[in-house]
Design a protein. Sequence first.
Length: 483
Amino acid sequence: MTIENTLGLENTYASNLDGLFAPIDPAGFPHPELLLLNRSLATELGLAPDWLEAYGAALLSGSDVADGTRPIAQAYAGHQFGQFNPQLGDGRALLLGEVVDPRGRRFDLQLKGAGRTPFSRQGDGRAALDSALREYVVSEAMHALGVPTTRALAVVATGETVMRQRAAPGAVLTRVAASHIRIGTLEYFAARRDTDKLRRLIDYTLQRHYPDRTDTDNSARALLEAVAAAQGRLIARWMHIGFVHGVMNTDNVTLSGETIDYGPCAFMEAFDPNTVFSGIDQHGRYAYGNQPDIGAWNLARMAEALIELLAEESEAAIEIAKGALEIYGRTINAAWFEGMRAKLGLAEEREGDPELIQELLDWMKDNQADYTSTFRKLSVSLTDAAPAFDAPGFVAWDQKWRDRLGDTPLASVAQAMDAVNPLYIPRNHKVEEALDAALQGDLAPTRTLLEVVSQPFVAQPGRDTFAAPAPDAFGPYQTHCNT
Ligand code: AMP
Ligand code: MG
């Protein structure tokens, strides 16, 4: 019995899409060590956590690849900060195969940081421990917050040292995703005018992610419209929780509608649409408040990649593309309002709600209110009967809000609000604190942080500091892409 047979991995991508990837024979590492295993995710996937704990280090670092598996690196292109790069691809990741969970859902198992591939360009194919842990913590937090996302199954230390901002231990992250197919994957074949591969990729993706839309004679259109809706729902969720992705390049936009690439992301504290964390995003292209527009821009690139397959006549194709962008706009708007109403405990939609929401956001911006905790303070204030903030501008808004809530029992409104407004997010200073300790060999703060953010809506005794914004001494926060 081989190890992978024990995992029961399949490989429909490799078997169906010849020419869309490069086979990889990973070099592996002599002394891999399993640092973190997501036991509950393993169980969900139908993988045995005890077995992984005992034997997983070699398998989940690419150090042991049994006969019969076909690790591959996927080809993709992408628009990075607006510029098209025709040749990206998995430069430090390999797709080990696909797991089908007990409910029949198919997931990619991808090893990130397992070594160089034909797509590595100048990169070393490695990942640093802190960046692997960062992705683990933030993606698991996103999942707990109810946001579609790739997930983290494990982090394995490779025993090597990698050179980044600082020298760091090398690590491999096992990422679990509905798939790793991106807008950039389509762009790769469109740029090469390889219509045959483009068509095969579209059909495969539609079948895998949107099987209820396969009854069509226009797969390209069906896929574009499905992705437009999925991205609209996704980005609305980011906005609700103050998430700044930081690198919304088209190679980081999945066709499944899951959040992917946790390089420079961070959560906003003081509410400000101009919030940017990534050190290389100097013009604020991917600022918090720009994310909905960038989502549309990225979908326009997807439409361009598919344009010749959308319709025979170019005018008709352009109309279909415009229609897909309208679907995106309608979806993100409706999802955003619905979520914002829920954050304020407004069960059904009423005239004046958009203004009420906007007035609160304006006040928050003018007063640098912490985005996450403000909504929790609002729910507490309902049962306290006093406004959450004792500021003249706020008190007027508070009265309007209470009038709008009318005679709904306030305790039940507060309860409904607490179910959608997180108490805990991965606060930037807490993440940095945990990663610093991990680089010193102490994983305890990372484990604690993971526990906290995995139950974001439930008050955890003794963990008040995880709910508070960074102290002033932490200063402005900047994240890095080179991880
Ligand atoms: P990202 O900024 O993570 O979206 O990555 C953009 C591209 O750079 C992708 O093709 C990655 O595979 C590649 N890449 C990032 N880091 C490395 C690395 N250390 N070695 C090789 N390729 C990398
Ligand atoms: Mg990426």
